[in-house]
Design a protein around this ligand. Structure first.
Ligand SMILES: Nc1ncnc2c1ncn2[C@@H]1O[C@H](COP(=O)(O)OP(=O)(O)O)[C@@H](O)[C@H]1O
Ligand SMILES: CC(=O)OP(=O)(O)O
Ligand SMILES: [Mg+2]
Length: 365
């Protein structure tokens, strides 16, 4: 089965046609995908492809309804659209991808695969916010978690690389892209994660703040004269690395700035790494230990300095990285020091493989 995979993220669109053996037949990467008004480029690409048997879409929010991949039809599309207010940055882009491909391949079966699905195994202690019980019930307020396709793939790939069954590993997966999150994976199941009700929580990201004191958000609105829209825009688009260092929030830019001795870039790097370390350690508490630490996503795969800095203070957990292996890592690699109690790995993010796997399984079941 040739599967066309559409991965619409907050800042990029990655489209791949995978052949029967998962080989990449063709690929389109748009670095600055904004959704519907750029659909023409996607449609043109799809028109030029050889036979497509099925389409798999990454959809960021599945709400409480979608715990598994689902075959797309008009009703499902509507339910996905109804979740837009929970992920306003992401959901419209996913929908634009669905519509653009359906316009070119109207009869081809399509499957939606959800970022949230992997985290539906979170125990209540990790998923429930200490809010009024009635609010939680009425609005389905809970920690959903995101990047699940990436975390799931990375944990299983790490187990493969280590030659051990995923069922017996405690793994922290670090998905560090423009958006970033960690997952605590016990025996292949997610038991904790840093993102929450929305993809704004947790780690410092390219332009997103990650977690801040909720009192600060209230204070800005009650005392600093900002309205909800202004605060929301700043937390989503003008914060994180971009907010601290200036510029676009690209980690490469931050590293160049830090190397040039720019104080803001140095601070941005420090804040990013401090949060990352602290949250890795927090995930190990939810696991009761750690067997493998996995880095994936653009920064995780291509940022040896970020990896090195992140693990520097984690020796007490048994994490030790070999500097030479860390610097030389390309593709999937074990960068742990010989004899370290915890294995540290780099895994290339392949949400496309995960989506193709789910798409085939859903259509053949
Ligand atoms: N060589 C590198 N060193 C550090 N960071 C890098 C490098 N190459 C790419 N990145 C980072 O990867 C990020 C994009 O990650 P990616 O996972 O592709 O993004 P997305 O979240 O859009 O899928 C960029 O913001 C950039 O900061
Ligand atoms: C959920 C999320 O943050 O996705 P992305 O990293 O693609 O923005
Ligand atoms: Mg991504």
């Amino acid at each position: 089965m040739h599967v066309l995979v559409v991965n619409a993220g907050s800042s990029s669109l990655k489209v791949r046609l995978l052949g029967a053996g998962d080989e990449v037949v063709d690929t389109l990467d748009l670095g600055s995908w904004q959704g519907a008004h750029e659909s023409d480029e996607l449609a043109e690409f799809v028109k030029g492809l050889p036979a497509v048997d099925a389409v798999g879409h990454r959809i960021v929010h599945g709400g409480t309804e979608f715990r598994d991949p689902v075959v797309l039809d008009d009703r499902v599309r509507e339910r996905i659209a109804a979740l837009t207010e929970l992920a306003p940055l992401h959901q419209p882009r996913g929908l634009a991808g669905i519509d653009a491909v359906a316009g070119v391949l109207p009869g081809t079966p399509a499957v939606a695969c959800f970022d949230t699905a992997f985290h539906t195994t979170l125990p209540d202690e990790a998923a429930v916010y200490a809010l009024p019980h009635e609010w939680n019930r009425r609005w389905s307020l809970r920690r959903y978690g995101f990047h699940g396709l990436s975390h799931d793939y990375a944990a299983r790939r790490a187990a493969d690389l280590l030659g051990r069954p995923v069922g017996e590993l405690r793994t922290v997966t670090c998905h560090l892209g423009a958006g970033a999150s960690l997952a605590a994976v016990a025996g292949g199941r997610s038991v904790d994660t840093t993102m929450g009700f929305t993809p704004l929580a947790g780690l410092v990201m390219a332009t997103r703040t990650g977690s801040v004191d909720p009192g600060l958000v209230l204070w800005l609105q009650q005392h600093a004269g900002l309205d909800a829209g202004q605060v929301s825009h700043a937390l989503e688009h003008e914060s994180g690395l971009a907010g601290l260092a200036g510029g676009s929030g690209d980690m490469r830019e931050v590293l160049r700035g830090a190397d040039a001795g720019e104080p803001r870039a140095t601070l941005a790097f420090g804040v990013y790494v401090h949060r990352l370390r602290r949250e890795i350690a927090a995930m190990t508490a939810s696991l009761g230990g750690l067997d493998a630490l996995v880095f994936t996503g653009g920064v995780g795969e291509h940022g040896p300095r970020v990896r090195q800095a992140a693990v520097e203070s984690l020796g007490y957990l048994g994490v030790r990285v070999d500097p030479g292996r860390n610097d030389a890592a390309t593709g999937d690699a074990d960068i742990g020091a010989d004899g370290a109690d915890v294995r540290t790995l780099v895994v290339t993010a392949r949400e496309d493989l995960e989506i193709a796997r789910h798409t085939r399984a859903t259509l053949l079941s």
